[in-house]
Write a protein that binds this ligand. Structure first.
Ligand code: FBP
Length: 553
């Protein structure tokens, strides 16, 4: 007989996620005070007249008889990059919908937001859902990065929802997708079409967090997966004693993933983009910071080590940021550039359009890196930093600098470097207990917000360093998290990205300990793989970031 599932897969299929007490029985809503956006209040209010200022909501246990709710249908969309736990949001949503009324139906829009616009969907029935409980990936319905922004797309959505009797759409996505969810909610209220929109905070990057959203789902599992790999590499480095490992980690602009992995594995160096920017560092200064550690360790006879590099680093070097901004504005809807054939023609075109300082910087970069900077932006206008091989650029520059130091006898070690990029390895990992529980609770929460007629909200679950039974579930108006930012050359309302806070406890911990971690007296940690069964202190711990952040409160 062929085996189609590993024993762990079978065990995980039967895992019952832990949930806050408030979600375990009948639920009612408690509304707080009116809210304001985090910045640019006047502009945001003008753009979102119907969804601005709504109160924060808390879900609380309901006393007495269950309220009868007429059956309704819901559509769900997975948007953007995969994040562990997405399937459990859908499973939690499904189970809560069925508890609210067994006749409720859940449809999944296929391939991301385009599924809604193009009317591509599948009904998610019990047998489908059961296949995906506590699994990683987004393959239950697929994901995509189509941006929902045109009224034509919104109107198509109305047609499709009406055909399926859908009363609400749940968009599981990051900051950009949830911004779009809010635009959609606002439009549907203006049109009075009766379709609600609820968001859920997803992204491994960890940059969708604020006063209300303690963390985005997927960050926990992805970081634990990367930290395991980094620990394994450190053990290899410490055994063979011959390589410097330059490890770039996903996370887009924010360095949360690199920081969390550093807290878990204690590498010799961890660069934090936000610090590089705050200190106004040049690329050469970043290189110098690495070289100092390499030289110090070589002097102690250790020609090996680990260096963590956040994937967005390059955007945070001030001169590089100006260059990227110029490239963004230049490349936005630039058909002339798109029509050019061959790398040389494109390079010459770019050089002719840049300011003198940016042009000099562009010319000084290795050609491969310069080309990577001009690759297509994603549909939200972001540079695709995952495709820029900053770790190779740094290796090359460190190598050059060490050669100079060797010539003057200031460095006598050996330098052999290997490059790694971790991102896709962790985005679809089997969710940790934390993510499995958190996501299932988020899905449940979304169902209750829908049943109560809410729209323009993001589902939230907080108190996350406490046992799951003490978590608090509710909803936050998406407009509360918004500000105005420049995108595609224009000012747009978007959910404010949370970058690493240099005054926050996680960064301060790194800053206080990194000299010890660089030191020849090794302090590597080998975190090992995620554990699903065993003592709670091994299996249910949230990230170090969350624990340090909350230990301050
Ligand atoms: P989201 O913001 O959509 O969650 O993206 C997560 C992410 O993994 C980033 O860390 C990375 O830069 C990007 O997706 C890679 O994009 P793609 O999946 O299109 O290669």
């Amino acid at each position: 007989m062929t085996m189609t599932k590993s024993p762990l897969q079978v065990a995980r299929a039967a895992y019952q996620p832990k949930m806050p007490v408030a979600l375990q029985g009948q639920v009612s809503l408690k509304e707080g005070a009116k809210t304001q956006s985090v910045a640019d209040q006047e502009e945001i209010q003008k753009l979102f007249p119907n969804t601005y200022g709504m109160p924060v909501i808390e879900l609380v246990p309901q006393e007495g008889e269950a309220t009868q709710v007429a059956p309704f249908n819901v559509g769900v969309i997975l948007s953007g990059g995969q994040a562990p736990g997405g399937h459990n949001v859908i499973c939690g949503l499904f189970d809560a919908l069925k508890r609210i009324n067994p006749e409720n139906k859940l449809y999944g829009f296929l391939g991301g937001p385009s599924g809604l616009v193009e009317g591509k969907y599948a009904e998610l029935t019990e047998d489908v859902i059961d296949e995906y409980r506590n699994t990683g990936g987004f393959d239950i319905i697929g994901s995509g990065r189509t941006k929902l922004e045109e009224t034509e797309q919104f109107d198509n959505g109305i047609k499709v929802c009406n055909e399926l009797g859908i009363k609400a759409i749940v968009i599981i996505g990051g900051d950009d997708s949830n911004t779009n969810a809010c635009v959609l909610a606002e439009y549907y209220l203006q049109k009075n079409c009766g379709i609600q929109v609820i968001g859920c905070p997803k992204t491994i990057d960890g940059d969708l967090k604020n006063e209300m959203i303690e963390t985005s789902f997927g960050f926990d599992t992805a970081c634990k997966t990367f930290a395991e790999l980094i620990g394994n590499i450190q053990r290899d480095a410490n055994s063979a004693k011959k390589y410097w490992h330059f490890i770039r980690l996903m996370g887009r602009s924010a360095s949360h993933i690199a920081l969390e992995c550093a807290l878990q594995a204690q590498p010799n160096v961890c660069l934090i983009s936000e610090e590089v920017e705050a200190k106004n560092m040049t690329l050469n200064e970043v290189v110098e910071q690495i070289v100092e550690v390499v030289v110090a360790r070589a002097n102690a006879g250790l020609n090996f080590g680990t260096i963590l590099i956040p994937e967005g680093l390059i955007e945070f070097i001030p001169a590089m940021r100006v260059l990227i901004q110029e490239l963004n504005d230049m490349l936005a809807e630039n058909e002339e550039f798109a029509a050019l054939e061959g790398d040389d023609a494109k390079r010459e075109y770019v050089k002719s359009k840049l300011t003198a300082a940016s042009c000099d910087l562009y010319r000084s970069l290795p050609k491969g890196i310069a080309k990577q900077l001009t690759l297509d932006r994603d549909p939200h206008g972001n540079v695709m930093v995952s495709q820029i091989e900053t770790e190779k650029l740094l290796i090359e520059m460190v190598q050059k600098r060490l050669a100079q130091l060797k010539a003057t006898k200031e460095y006598t070690g050996k330098f052999a470097a290997l490059n790694h990029f971790f991102g896709y390895e962790g985005r679809c990992a089997m969710p940790s207990n934390f993510d499995a529980d958190y996501c299932y609770s988020l899905g449940n929460t979304a169902a209750h917000l829908i049943a109560a007629g809410k729209t323009g909200y993001m589902a939230l679950v907080k108190n996350l360093t406490k046992p799951a039974s003490e978590w608090v579930a509710g909803g936050v108006p998406v407009t509360m998290m918004m500000n105005m930012e420049r995108r595609h050359g224009k000012m747009k309302p978007v959910i404010q990205k949370a970058l690493v806070d240099l005054n926050g406890a996680p960064f301060k911990y790194l800053a206080a300990h990194r000299a010890d971690w660089a030191d020849p007296q090794l302090s590597y940690i080998y975190p090992g793989p995620i554990q699903y069964y065993g003592p709670s202190e091994v299996c249910d711990q949230p990230t170090r970031t969350l624990m340090l952040e909350q230990s301050n409160n």
